[in-house]
Structure formats: C-alpha cells, structure tokens
Design a protein around this ligand. Structure first.
Ligand SMILES: NC(=O)c1ccc[n+]([C@@H]2O[C@H](COP(=O)([O-])OP(=O)(O)OC[C@H]3O[C@@H](n4cnc5c(N)ncnc54)[C@H](OP(=O)(O)O)[C@@H]3O)[C@@H](O)[C@H]2O)c1
Length: 320
C-alpha cells in the first residue's frame, strides 16, 4: 500500500487532510503522514491517527504520493526545491499540489520533477473551508493520466464531490482554477454590494439573504452569510477575530485576482469587474489589515455608503 503524505495545514489543508486520514483509517491503510510549517496545527489530525513528520524532506523520503496545500507560488517552489535538494530518490513519486498557483509555476514544477523521474499533478480546488470540511470540494486535476488514476480514489468521495479532468497538461487545471476565481471574487463583490444596498435602503439584510440563497444558489448564499449575516447562523466572518484564521484570507484572494490579471494581460483580455473587486479588497486590507476574509470588500463597501467597516457580528476594530 502506498504511503501518503500531506504538507500544508491551513484553512483548507487541515480539513482536506482530516477527510483523507478518516478515509485511510476506514480502509485500514497506512495512516496519513503530515507536516506543516507550524506543526502544532496538525494536532487535530494526530488525534485522528495521522503521523507527524518533522520536515517536508522527511515526508518526501517516506511517501509515494505527496499532497501539498500551501499559500502561493513561492511556497510551492520552495517545497519543490527542498524535495530536489534532499538527496532522496524521487523516482516514481507522485506530487499533487492543490494550491492556487500560476500555470507557469505548474509548468516549471513539472519540468523540475520530470528530471528526477517524479510525476506532478496540479489539483486545485473550488469551494471554501466549510465545503472542504464536508469533503465536497470540486477538484480540477491535470497531469499524467496514469498518475491521475492512482490519485483519484483518494480524492473522489473522500475530499471532493467532483473531479474535473483537465487532461495531461497540468497547466490547464491551474488555468481553470484562475478562471473560476474570476467568478468567485466578482460574486463576493456582487453579494456585498447588494447587502449594503439592502441595509441602506431599509430593505434589510434578512430578506436579501433569503433571496440570494434561494435565487442565486448555495455559493452566493454562503457568501452572504460570511458578510451580512441576517442574524442567523454565522458571525461577520468577513472580519473575524484577530486571533483566528480567516476562511479564505484576503491576501490569498488578492493573489488569485492578480494571477487572473497576469494571464489576462498576456492574452489581451480585460477584466473590469474583477478590477473593481480587487481595488475594494485592497482598500479593505489597507483599512483593517491582514486578518480579513476575501469577502471583506463588503466592509469597504459599507464605509463608502457611510456605514462602519464593522457590522454587528464582525470584530469591532483592530485593538481587540
Ligand atoms: N480558503 C479558501 O477558501 C480556498 C479555496 C480554494 C483554494 N484556496 C487556495 O488554497 C491554498 C491554501 O489556502 P488556505 O486558505 O488553506 O491558506 P492558509 O489558511 O493561509 O494556509 C496556508 C498554508 O501554507 C503554509 N505556509 C504559508 N507560508 C509558508 C512558508 N513560507 N513555508 C511553508 N509553509 C507555508 C501555512 O503554514 P502555517 O500553518 O505554518 O501558517 C499553511 O499550512 C491557497 O493557494 C489558496 O489560494 C483557498
């Protein structure tokens, strides 16, 4: 049986790895070996039976399939360099990266690992932390077919509800992820604008949230809950407590939008809606700092309408 490894236990990675470990335990397969820059974040995974590894290099040496779920391109590049410089044979190992990175990063990673006779699959995901917790993400998988077939049983109905096959060119799945994020970020902006409109006109955020959830689907409804909170389920998660980790950090969404712009520029495509959303996310971060969700353009939209950046359920400032 193949030993599986996991590096990256952030908002998404911990939820995904936990579902994978539960699956391995059900199958009485070797338990998931994990590592993370902040290793203590793996404690819940250890409780599920996961095995900590002290470094990425150690993880690579012991595993045949290595998943990574990290912030951005430079972290992935550092990990690949670490694996290559570790001195361990990488022959026939399969690396699966689920992070959102540029196609050119994917291309460079494929080439570097190919030189070491290892395979690379790009497998970015759609859906936020609650969807990851439920094991219902959508994966876009690209790379060598044989490797994809080996890995899919660890994804389908384990961490994800759907695997979109992007073919042998791993860069295509990265491109799909970046294209999908154009929709995600614009949708958050649209929901934020509608909720500020509803509050200021006296319509109220409750009926608006009902309509968004009913008429525009669960994803839009989820964004509404992150921001306006019609007094029901959630907190004002667009600006969570300072000691917490945002569901989808604003800087990650800014990175994703910038990835879309860099691809768009190369192909002479304009993204005016995304530009508005990006400007508003940057303005929110400028005002309220790093500890914000990607939906925090809502706070800035509130300010522009003469309301406080913070709403009743969000944190109330940066001093608490
Ligand atoms: N959150 C979402 O809704 C969502 C949805 C789809 C895709 N994505 C994408 O998925 C990826 C992960 O997102 P996330 O929300 O899980 O991010 P996150 O909560 O910020 O977690 C980032 C992970 O990367 C690690 N990391 C950061 N800098 C590092 C470094 N210099 N060296 C080693 N490890 C480092 C972090 O380690 P520590 O724990 O030590 O900080 C953590 O494990 C991103 O590419 C994001 O764009 C996110």
């Amino acid at each position: 049986m193949i030993q599986i490894g996991w590096f990256g236990l952030g908002s998404m990675g911990l939820a995904m790895a936990s579902n994978l470990q539960r699956h391995l335990a059900r199958k009485t397969a070797p338990s998931l070996m994990y590592s993370n820059r902040t290793i203590s974040r793996g404690d819940p995974l250890k409780k599920l039976g996961g095995t900590p590894a002290s470094s990425f290099s150690k993880l690579v040496s012991q595993c045949g399939i290595i998943f990574t779920m990290v912030s951005n391109d430079s972290v992935l590049q550092e990990l690949v360099t670490t694996a290559i410089n570790s001195g361990h044979s990488l022959k026939d190992k399969i690396f699966v990266d689920c992070s959102t990175v540029l196609p050119e990063t994917v291309g460079a990673t494929v080439s570097k690992l190919k030189e070491k006779e290892a395979k690379f699959l790009a497998a970015p995901v759609f859906g936020g932390n609650p969807i990851a917790v439920d094991g219902k993400l959508v994966f876009a998988i690209g790379g060598p077919k044989q490797a994809a077939e080996v890995v899919k049983p660890y994804i389908q109905d384990v961490m994800g509800r759907k695997v979109i096959d992007c073919g042998e060119d791993a860069m295509k799945s990265s491109l799909l992820k970046i294209a999908g994020n154009i929709v995600t970020v614009n949708l958050m902006e649209a929901v934020g604008e509608a909720q500020v409109f509803a509050e200021k006109t006296g319509l109220g955020t409750g009926p608006m949230e009902d309509l968004i959830g009913e008429a525009f689907g669960a994803v839009a409804g989820g964004y509404s809950k992150r921001i306006a909170d019609a007094g029901r389920l959630t907190t004002g998660a667009y600006a969570p407590p300072l000691d917490s980790r945002p569901g989808f950090g604003v800087s990650l969404a800014i990175k994703d939008a910038k990835h879309a712009f860099s691809m768009a520029k190369e192909h002479n495509v304009e993204l005016p809606g995304l530009q508005v959303s990006l400007d508003n996310m940057e303005a929110a971060r400028e005002y309220a700092g790093e500890c914000l969700d990607s939906s925090s353009m809502y706070g800035y939209l509130r300010q522009k309408a003469g309301l406080e950046f913070w709403n009743e359920k969000s944190r109330q400032g940066n001093s608490q």
